[in-house]
Design a protein around this ligand. Sequence first.
Ligand SMILES: *Cc1c(COP(=O)(O)O)cnc(C)c1O
Length: 398
Amino acid sequence: MTDISSPASAPAAFGGATHLECTRCGTRYESETLQRLSPCCEKPLYPRYDLAAIGARLRREDLAGRSADLWRYAELLPVRNPAHAVRLGEGWTPMIETPRLATRLGIGRCWVKDEGQNPTASFKARGLCMAISRAAELGIREVAIPSAGNAGSATAAYAAAAGMAAHVVVPRDTPHPIIQEMLALGADVELFDGLITDCAARVGEGVREHGWFDLSTLKEPYRVEGKKTMGYEVAEQLGWTLPDVIIYPTGGGTGLVGMWKAFDEMEAMGWIGSARPRMISVQAAGCAPIVRAFEEGTEYAEPWRDAHTYASGLRVPRAVGDFLILDAVRRSGGSALAVSDEEMREWTPIVGRDTGIFCAPEGAATAVAAARLRESGAIGPDDSVVLFNTGSGLKYVI
Ligand SMILES: *Cc1c(COP(=O)(O)O)cnc(C)c1O
């Protein structure tokens, strides 16, 4: 076995999941063949682990000194053989305390988790790293993905690193830097007139005609496992405490539901207690299906018509994990709110000057949300708040 840790610490033991579980009804499936949505409910499948056994032999202190990427949590990831881990430096992004932004917002403490520092400059690297590593382990040689942009570049990068063919279908108006990046990484890129949901239909044709493996959000079980490592990192980087509030820009919602899963796993291993942050889901005013469902009190979200926003990661009219997002937001005592493109444009340089981080519009949206929630009193003056900057602003420069 490859030792991915520093010599000072015990090596991370790759293990893998014990089974997959339907997120709707709990039916179990074995995890050694490729699965997509659950056959029972057509809903996302979650990998499950033997947390009692892992918790008995792995203490949270054992992680100190391990590799500075998401593979430091290898025991809690689905890849079984270290040789299949495709690694480009994903995860373990900095948690940057931002006192001047905190003062501006009128809150106790504020951090930006800067996901723009991932490979391909967005947190999509986490999910696609895991999905492609595990797909490689299960024998897949050709993958496809519909994307609003960043998932496409992460797919292109990890597929290239794994020696796989990648087909990416993106809307024609996807930011140019992202299209050039995907081409440079060797992906077969198709520009499509329409939204990510239309691109998904196009990928569906390729799946039927050519047998491509579809990596769409939550339609295979492993992207969420990469994204959940953000939850482990928040806890570890804050000294095994969680903040009062986490603000997350939500498209398909994998990161939000992934962190929620991570919190439950950490509690089951005795790494944290039962307290949870209030999870705040931010969307764009031009595409806010989760916000509307939250306000109307429904379990699922109706698809959003005529979705538009320049924050391409938020231009997701329909999320297959809608009920998981809404459940986590509600059970955490959080909320969902929409912000306008104008507000994102206005706050990008405000965050920049206060913090030194050139954030993506989706990241700026979290600062807008924090300001608004502070005004309404939903965030108090002593609250600690983590904002997720999910990508680099450089990817949106025209
Ligand atoms: C994809 C994306 C999002 C939304 O992420 P989900 O986990 O799908 O909700 C937010 N910001 C950026 C920059 C993205 O690329």
